[in-house]
Design a protein around this ligand. Structure first.
Ligand code: SF4
Length: 250
């Protein structure tokens, strides 16, 4: 990992940051990276903290407008965590996949920074449920912040959430209980078969779950007409667009 990038979060947080590692390659697979850690922690100590959800691989964090789904148009602070093995071929954040390239960061530092910007915090990734979301969401709630998650549901749901956006993926289907708790179901449409997949997933969510079809950005011109026709014929669905990309914001 680029050292400057790894250090970026600490600098952005007013110099009070406490990034665990200058470089943290292989922290799940044996710590092949640097031995020198800020905070004076050993690799083993960091690993324990990550396993407990007290430190998380922070890829980026930013204050912006939620562009998608039910809360589109709402200002929110985004925390993007590294780590995802779902492997969507059209994924637009592939750099998030390898958690080893994102510095494990103390959750209290993450929360304190987020609280300065917004009362609505969106946890995204990567796949956030790779990690134990309990401590992070507990801390966010203790600061009276609203907790939103964007997840494929591929792993066990942890954490305390005010809003769950479930965006299931074909190659790693959600674990059962999240279907009962999801507030919105957002199916990314890359081709026609995704509409069949969308119906299969909609059949499993709770009755109050809001249903969205969202064009995959790279094929939007091709699939938007198909989605529009489908939603008009099946009005239980709504269209979701990645409006932040149209607005040219993060
Ligand atoms: S689940 Fe999300 S982060 Fe993971 S590969 Fe798919 S689109 Fe990318």
């Amino acid at each position: 990992m680029d050292l400057d990038l790894a250090m970026k979060h600490g600098k952005d947080q007013g110099g009070g940051g406490c990034i665990a590692a200058q470089r943290f390659d292989g922290y799940k697979l044996g710590f092949d990276g640097y031995n020198t850690y800020l905070c004076g922690m050993t690799k083993k100590e960091v690993l324990v903290q990550v396993d407990k959800g007290l430190m998380l691989p922070l890829m980026e964090e930013f204050y912006t407008i939620q562009g998608e789904g039910f809360h589109k148009g709402t200002a929110a602070y985004f925390i993007r965590l590294g780590g995802c093995d779902v492997g969507c071929h059209w994924c637009d954040v592939k750099e998030s996949w390898n958690a080893d390239t994102h510095p494990p960061t103390d959750i209290e530092q993450i929360v304190q920074h987020a609280a300065k910007y917004s009362d609505t915090i969106v946890i995204t990734g990567g796949e956030p449920l790779t990690w134990d979301m309990g401590p992070l969401t507990s801390s966010l709630k203790s600061h009276n912040l609203l907790t939103h998650i964007e997840t494929s549901g591929a792993y066990t749901l942890t954490g305390e959430w005010d809003w769950i956006c479930l965006s299931p993926k074909k190659n790693k289907l959600p674990e059962g209980p999240i279907y009962d708790k999801a507030h919105e179901l957002k199916v990314i449409v890359y081709n026609k078969h995704d509409l069949i997949f969308a119906e299969e997933q909609a059949a499993q969510v709770n009755a109050n779950c809001i249903l969205y079809l969202q064009p995959e950005w790279s094929v939007r011109d091709k699939v938007i007409p198909m989605i529009v026709d489908y939603v008009m014929q099946n009005p239980k669905w709504k269209v979701s667009l990645q409006t932040h990309k149209y607005l040219n914001i993060p």
